[in-house]
Write a protein that binds this ligand. Structure first.
Ligand SMILES: Nc1ncnc2c1ncn2[C@@H]1O[C@H](COP(=O)(O)OP(=O)(O)OP(=O)(O)O)[C@@H](O)[C@H]1O
Length: 445
């Protein structure tokens, strides 16, 4: 059930909008202004925020971004208030809902919010169908599931699928990328903190464990978690209790844990970088997602799906893929997996002209140069750190800015990559942005 937070006074047209939202099956909460709204979001989260246009939407959007609260904000106000609508969109609102409310429009908004929250996996290749069947088989149990696979193969999509088929489906699904945050922040993000627990903890905040109460928590890039947090996580799983930072007594939690990684977690365990007891707790059931190159029959159905999706979201006509474009997609190795295909199709939809999407609209990264062809003479005479920098930046651009995949190809940890990028940026080197056209989560460098 989608959760909608309404910010504004529940009288007149906004009250009607709230009733429509409820009759369409969403749970509604209400706050009088952005400040109390933010508190509510910290405490309970939401799938969609509806905020009256008279409030300071720019402040709300900035505050949410600063606290990494990811949820679309839709402004609402009088249908003749064109200036207000423009201001709200400039301030970062996703859309403007004119009042009096149109039930059709509200239904479309809720559908969009729900679609963002969960993608139904598009799958046709037998290798992936087998994985999905197994996911559905284990979904109703309470078992932890370890989802492995290269970055961009759809680990989060499969995790959401498990949640959707579980007994917890009507409770929240919460995902956290353990590589995206520095350690201190990750701890408070996971376990929450009390007011004043550290400098900058201006208000108490519930962590992801509490936000996922009764539901499912996906810990993505689990191998990146440091030893101290691994110990805290183990305790949370074993004792079903967590300690907020700065808290004085433990909090009971009821959460099913799914973990994802693109590394060989058993090897990490053997190398002493990952706790064995935690590994066995997480690896009750394992799902290995094959890379896209090992499931060629998924390529075209996914490409068609993304072509339709991006045409609709950009207000463009639907264009079919031409036979030559299909051939180009089938003969490419997809090192960035489904995420790369998604980005390629987004670009293709924007670039296509005429009745079809032709091969000229499909820009694929050149296959990485074979080591022997990389040109040793281009390296001789140069400083090691310079060559390293070019290799790192080059690999990152090849991966469309995806840190996880670049680190994987380079054979270094995401943390090490992030530190390098920070140094480069400080030295004035242009670093490819964390995501291209696609919806890959931005990592903090
Ligand atoms: N079977 C699928 N059907 C539809 N969309 C998919 C599918 N698999 C992946 N995607 C899309 O591809 C993108 C990457 O998927 P996802 O984030 O689940 O990958 P991941 O393996 O978790 O990546 P990472 O390791 O980088 O976190 C997402 O935008 C997702 O919606």
């Amino acid at each position: 059930m989608p959760r909608v937070l309404i910010i504004g006074s529940l009288s007149g047209e906004l009250a009607r909008a709230a009733r429509i939202v409820q009759t369409q099956g969403a749970a509604v909460a209400q706050c009088d202004g952005p400040a109390t709204g933010l508190e509510r979001l910290r405490a309970a989260g939401a799938d969609l925020v509806l905020c009256e246009v008279c409030h300071d939407i720019a402040w709300l959007v900035r505050a949410m971004a600063a606290e990494r609260i990811a949820c679309p904000v839709v402004a609402c106000g009088g249908e003749t208030n064109a200036d207000g609508a423009v201001r709200a969109i400039r301030a970062g609102a996703r859309e403007y809902l004119p009042l009096p409310p149109d039930p059709e429009l509200i239904a479309a908004m809720l559908r969009a919010a729900a679609a963002e929250g969960g993608v139904r996996p598009v799958v046709q290749d037998p290798a992936m169908l087998a994985v999905l069947r197994r996911a559905e088989q284990v979904a109703p149990s309470e078992a932890s599931v370890l989802i492995t696979g290269e970055s961009g193969t759809g680990k989060e999509v499969v995790a959401r699928h498990i949640h959707a088929h579980s007994r917890r489906a009507d409770r929240p699904f919460v995902a956290l990328n353990c590589a995206a945050l520095p350690e201190g922040l990750l701890e408070s993000e996971l376990f929450g903190h009390e007011k004043g627990a550290f400098t900058g903890a201006i208000a108490a905040r519930r962590g992801k464990f509490e936000q996922a109460a009764g539901g499912t928590l996906l810990l993505d890039e689990i191998a990146e978690m440091d030893a101290h947090l691994q110990a805290k996580l183990l305790r949370a799983i074993q004792e079903r209790e967590i300690d907020r930072l700065g808290g004085t007594r433990p909090v009971r939690v009821d959460v099913r844990i799914l973990a994802a990684t693109n590394r060989d977690l058993l090897a990490e365990t053997r190398a002493g970088r990952f706790r064995e007891d935690l590994y066995f707790r997480l690896d009750v059931v394992r799902l290995r997602l094959p890379p896209l190159r090992e499931r060629p029959r998924d390529i075209l159905p996914l490409a068609d799906h993304f072509a339709r999706h991006f045409a609709a979201s950009n207000g463009l006509p639907e264009r079919p893929l031409s036979a030559r474009a299909r051939q180009a997609l089938l003969s490419y190795p997809w090192p960035g997996n489904v995420r790369e295909l998604e980005n390629a199709m987004h670009r293709a939809v924007l670039l296509a002209e005429g009745g079809e999407i032709g091969p000229e609209a499909i820009e694929l990264a050149a296959a990485p140069a074979a080591p022997a062809a990389a040109g040793i003479e281009t390296m001789v005479g140069r400083r090691m750190e310079e060559v390293e920098r070019d290799l790192i930046i080059g690999t990152l651009s090849h991966c469309l800015g995806n840190r996880t995949r670049a680190a994987e190809i380079l054979g270094i940890s995401i943390r090490a990559l992030r530190n390098k990028l920070q140094d480069y940026r400080a030295a004035g080197v242009a670093v490819p942005a964390a995501h291209g056209y696609g919806a890959a989560p931005a990592l903090v460098d």
